[in-house]
Design a protein around this ligand. Structure first.
Ligand code: SAH
Length: 355
């Protein structure tokens, strides 16, 4: 566990450091490029909101965090109210946490709060929203003596992916090379066929398969903890019930899409989350996996319509805005985003994931 820390002084601008590393040692895997770019990106700014690069569901409406909090409190209650900590992975500005904690407290659930966050800038924002939280660089230092109720919104999509490209003769790792100051993807060494799922192995030339050892590793570690200690994980993100083919690596800057190989460290890189593979990893580690279901089914199942109506009754001047926010969460984002839940063996069916 670490305190809120000052940003480390980087050794020159990131594009120059990456170009130098590539010139010295050759092209690097997409995963290494993405890891370096996002670490720098998140460490040096608050990317959220109108003045930033993108807006997330908890920043659109307080209802999102409140409903996620109620999901946690309800599950904890039906599990028999065990000793538990509440954990958020990549909490951004701490908005979801503040909204969730308020809703959970009303339901009688007041757990200690643990944040897994690497960005010093965002840790400072989170400390403003939830002063009593404890911070972790990674999931390994989370408490071991109690159940863990873990939430992650738009966290897994920021973790590095490897891209594997099908060429005529077989599959290759996609690398990032550098010409002058231009970064560009190139095909690298062949990868063994065994790495590719059977059903996708014979894809046509040009096909791309994305895999995220980082996301699978975090899921496996958390699932092992949940299996041993009790608890659950709710992960919400762009994603699919894969594995599936497709190039989903994308860059967002100033609320628009950009070339992901441009300006490393200066734009947000993300990729769709392969929830099917994460669910399989969670099951292999001894937990029960639920979904993925569409975000609209999650929020609908948690009664977002009743929450919208009750807030509108209390704040009639904001009724139109509340309805518009509800629409943003349920319509476009509602089908693009999905939710995966994992629970400890013997824990009840999580709300919105049952029949
Ligand atoms: N959950 C927030 C923020 C999403 S942005 C929201 O919905 O608004 C992604 C978040 O994950 C940021 O807080 C970022 O700093 C954090 N993050 C990205 N990569 C990380 C990593 N490898 N370890 C820990 N946190 C990470």
């Amino acid at each position: 566990m670490t305190e809120v820390a000052a940003p480390a002084a980087p050794d020159g601008p990131l594009p120059e450091r990456l170009a130098r590393a590539i010139a010295l040692a050759g092209p690097i895997p997409v995963s290494q490029f993405m890891a370096a770019a996002n670490a720098h990106y998140y460490a040096t700014r608050d990317p959220l909101g109108a003045a930033g690069d993108f807006v997330t569901a908890p920043e659109i409406s307080q209802m999102f965090g409140e409903l996620v909090g109620l999901w946690c409190a309800d599950l904890w209650d039906r599990a028999g109210r065990p000793d538990a900590a509440w954990v958020e992975l990549g909490p951004g500005r701490g908005t979801l946490a503040a909204d969730a904690l308020r809703a959970m407290a009303r339901a009688g659930f007041r757990p200690p709060v643990h944040f897994v966050e690497t960005s010093p800038v965002l840790r400072a924002a989170q400390a403003g929203a939830v002063p009593a939280a404890s911070w972790h660089d990674a999931v390994g230092t989370l408490p071991t003596d109690r159940a863990l109720l873990i939430v992650a919104n738009e966290f897994f999509d920021a973790l590095p992916i490897r891209q594997l490209v099908r060429r005529q003769e077989g599959w290759h790792e996609r690398l990032v090379g550098c010409q002058d100051t231009l970064f560009l993807p190139i095909a690298g060494k062949p990868v063994p066929d065994a790495v590719i799922p059977d059903s996708l192995r014979d894809a046509p030339p040009g096909a791309i398969l994305e895999v995220s050892p980082a996301a699978v590793g975090v899921t496996r570690d958390l699932a092992a903890r949940i299996a041993a200690q009790g608890g659950a994980l709710l992960a919400i993100d762009y994603g699919h019930g894969g594995p599936a083919l497709g190039d989903t690596l994308q860059a967002v800057r100033g609320h628009g899409f950009a070339n992901p190989f441009d300006r490393p460290g200066d734009q947000d890189l993300s990729a769709h989350v392969d929830f099917g593979t994460l669910a399989a990893a969670a099951q292999a580690a001894g937990t029960v996996a639920w979904g993925p279901i569409a975000q609209r089914d999650l929020l609908g199942g948690l009664c977002i319509d009743q929450r919208t109506a009750s807030l509108a009754r209390r704040h009639p001047d904001r009724a139109d805005a509340l309805l518009a926010d509800r629409g943003r969460l349920m319509d476009a984002m509602g089908t693009l985003f999905r939710a995966l839940a994992i629970t400890a063996p013997g824990w009840p069916t999580p709300a919105a994931f049952g029949e």
